[in-house]
Design a protein around this ligand. Structure first.
Ligand SMILES: NC(=[NH2+])NCCC[C@H](N)C(=O)O
Length: 409
């Protein structure tokens, strides 16, 4: 079997992609926890699911093999011992320690379910009303007696781009920034270790979820078979990027990381909310991440020939892309046509967050019509998907997809 992980570009014809169809976790959102859950409004689940099915169908119509995270995870948890170990870890990371009587109660509750239902349940969260005969803890009594959950929902799982990233024939299993998302990367770790299609394939882990230093897949772009662009962002630290460089250089085909510093904000939480590669020499870019003179802080990381990493500061995105991608011309297509009102509006609704499914062929949100029209004017084939509810989670088509296999260019 060829490797189940093969990603050496952002634009090679997409062959296999992992998605998560939003479930009851979105119904378990309430206004008072939205901010902590990194979600900007409560999506209408029924419509969000219809929109996600349309997204999946759009990919399938192009011959792309769509796999679902919850299926892969359930198929990894067939053995009871594996389920127990997975749940012990998940409960611990949910703040329910092994010595807490509640830990055993929830473990039994979940083990009584078939694996698929159990996976859906842990993503949806566990409400106090679902568990009988529990002695209230001091926290239940004294701190927040009305809090409805024993295990918080995970409403961001449908952004399968972020918990992990395929780089070459390996993956980073990401230590995510905020508590609301940190448990999610346990899923791919479990799949790689226990799923029959992955566990015996010697898939390199370029960085694991226990290593200090936050990193998320929205910041990890594979520009070609030896150059990455990684955002220094609200979600990915310089420490993590330096660590990733040391792990990749000399152990993979990758020898260059363009570390691009972007504003640290929720609207621009990842590099892929402001910059994506959509063709051999074409990119979407949110013009407002560049200074008035078109500058931006970039740090080029490469092997220094002595076993460490050389850092070269640069500030001209166009020049850096031309130099390191060996291109004579670069087409930076501005989100919203750089209009002072349309650009921020469409960036907020992920107009830069395009998913390339082949060179010059992308999937975008239909609501970003100014950006979509401009992409077409630049010769890009655009497949539009509906997004009224999905976009309330503050992510777009690239966010909602984890490419596992692309054809080489
Ligand atoms: N690759 C991306 N841009 N992901 C968007 C993730 C959105 C999610 N609500 C979060 O804040 O984490």
């Amino acid at each position: 079997m060829s490797s189940p992980i093969h990603i050496y570009s952002e634009i090679g014809k997409l062959k296999t992609v992992m998605l998560h169809r939003p479930g009851k976790e979105l119904e378990n959102l309430s206004p008072d926890i939205l901010n902590r859950m990194l979600i900007d409004d409560i999506p209408y689940l029924k419509i969000a699911q219809e929109e996600h099915d349309y997204f999946a169908q759009t990919l399938k119509k192009q011959g792309i093999h769509v796999v679902y995270l919850e299926d892969l995870l359930a198929e990894s948890l067939v053995k009871k011992e594996t389920r127990i170990n997975f749940l012990d870890k998940l409960l611990e990371e949910s703040g329910i320690k092994n010595n807490d009587p509640l830990h055993q109660l929830l473990l039994e509750y979940l083990l009584n379910m078939p694996p698929k239902l159990m996976v859906k349940q842990v993503i949806a969260g566990i409400k106090k009303s679902e568990i009988k005969n529990v002695e209230p803890t001091l926290a239940d009594l004294a701190e927040d007696p009305d809090y409805p959950f024993y295990m918080d929902p995970m409403p961001n799982v449908y952004f399968t781009r972020d918990q992990q990233a395929a780089i070459g024939n390996g993956m980073t299993i990401n230590r995510m920034t905020f508590r609301a998302r940190r448990r999610e990367s346990l899923f791919m770790k479990t799949i790689l270790e226990h799923h029959p299609d992955f566990k015996d394939q010697d898939i390199p882990i370029w960085r694991d979820r226990d290593t200090h230093g936050r990193i998320e897949g929205g910041d990890e772009l594979i520009l070609n078979n030896h150059v990455l662009a990684v955002g220094i962002s609200q979600r990915t630290s310089a420490t993590a990027i330096s660590d990733l460089a040391r792990n990749l250089f000399g152990h993979s085909s990758f020898d260059t990381i363009l570390a691009i510093k972007i504003p640290h904000s929720h609207a621009m939480m990842h590099l892929d909310t402001v910059f994506t590669m959509i063709n051999y020499d074409q990119f979407t870019v949110n013009p407002f991440i560049l200074t008035k003179s078109g500058k931006i802080d970039i740090y080029v990381l490469q092997p220094d020939g002595k076993g460490d990493v050389r850092i070269t500061p640069r500030n001209d995105l166009l020049a850096v892309l031309k130099e390191y991608l060996h291109l004579s011309e670069i087409d930076l297509i501005p989100t919203g046509g750089a209009d002072p009102i349309a650009a921020p509006r469409e960036q907020w609704n992920d107009g830069s967050n395009t998913l390339a499914i082949a060179p010059g062929e992308v999937v975008t949100y239909d609501r970003n019509y100014v950006s979509n029209d401009l992409l077409r004017k630049h010769g890009i084939l655009v497949h539009e998907v509906r997004s009224s509810e999905l976009s309330r989670g503050r992510g777009g088509p690239r966010c909602m997809s984890c490419p596992l296999v692309r054809e080489d260019l």
